[in-house]
Design a protein around this ligand. Structure first.
Ligand code: KIV
Length: 271
């Protein structure tokens, strides 16, 4: 689908209607203007300015170091590119946990300074005060449960979450809690497919999965992973649509060769 022919702005209500009629929601990450333009033109429903920018754009080992100012920079670049998609921005680590007033201040900064459509927070009952306070200001909130990378130091590993009954029960309870307080959607990351399908069938709001199976209402991947720009990350849930690393490497090598051999620029490429 091309957004040129069918420009319809995606709102949280549109996502809700998509779930009602069984249309799957396609979401990908974006951190910059040029990539966001292509994603939006392709007809992506939701663009996530994920704190995965910490890994993908800045080369950190985890999502923890990225700052609110950096997230706002990425988000405002994405928003300038988008005509159709809903833009959701991660609240970074340390800007909402344990302090709902700080959470609201952080969310307001994102909304005011980037022009995004909503924010995403990781966690369930432990951050519910922050979620409620942000919602009370009229800011749409997307939840995120299962593997929550901002808590990597607590988990100690990126393995599949909620395989054990107690953790699965908490995840289901947290999903309902997030829906009941007014979140417009939740992301479920790296959990058993059966549990993903159960949560999607129990909730009225759309459930977007990343490694949560096919029974959820939509899917999200990190764009640089699905394009094959990143090489080292290969979880089972990742489908690579391209090997852009190899393609880009080849182009850069060809350019270097052309410059060194004085093949570039040629007669037609100069004034
Ligand atoms: O930061 C991110 O990219 C995310 C997705 C993996 C859901 O939170």
């Amino acid at each position: 689908m091309s957004s040129e022919s069918q420009v319809k702005v995606v709102t949280t209500h549109v996502l809700y209607e998509m779930k009602l009629r069984g249309e799957k929601i396609a979401m990908l990450t974006a951190y910059d203007y040029s990539m966001a333009r292509i994603l939006d033109a392709a007809g992506i429903d939701v663009l996530l300015v994920g704190d995965s920018a910490s890994n993908v754009m800045a080369g950190h080992e985890s999502t923890l170091p990225i700052t609110l100012d950096q997230m706002i920079y990425h988000a405002s670049s994405v928003v300038r590119a988008v005509k159709r998609a809903l833009v959701v921005v991660d609240l970074p680590f340390g800007t909402y946990q344990g302090n709902s007033k700080l959470a609201l201040r952080s969310a307001i900064r994102i909304m005011k300074e980037s022009g995004a459509d909503g924010v995403k927070l990781e966690g369930g009952s432990e951050i519910i005060d922050s979620v409620e306070r942000i919602l009370s200001a009229g800011i749409p909130v997307m939840g995120h449960l299962g593997l929550t990378p901002q808590s990597i130091h607590k988990f100690g590993t990126y393995v599949v979450r909620a395989r054990e009954e107690a953790e699965a029960k908490k995840l289901v309870a947290d999903s309902h809690l997030l829906e009941n307080v007014g979140c417009f959607s939740i992301v479920l990351e790296k959990i058993p497919a059966k549990l993903g399908a159960q949560v999607a069938s129990e909730l009225k709001i759309p459930v977007i999965g990343i490694g949560a199976g096919s029974g959820v209402d939509g899917q999200v991947l990190v764009t640089h992973d699905m394009l094959g720009i990143t090489q080292e990350f290969s979880p089972r849930f990742l489908r690579r649509y391209h090997n852009l690393y190899a393609e880009m490497l080849g182009s850069f090598q060809a350019y270097i060769k052309d410059v060194k051999s004085m093949d570039f620029p040629n007669e037609r490429e100069q004034y």
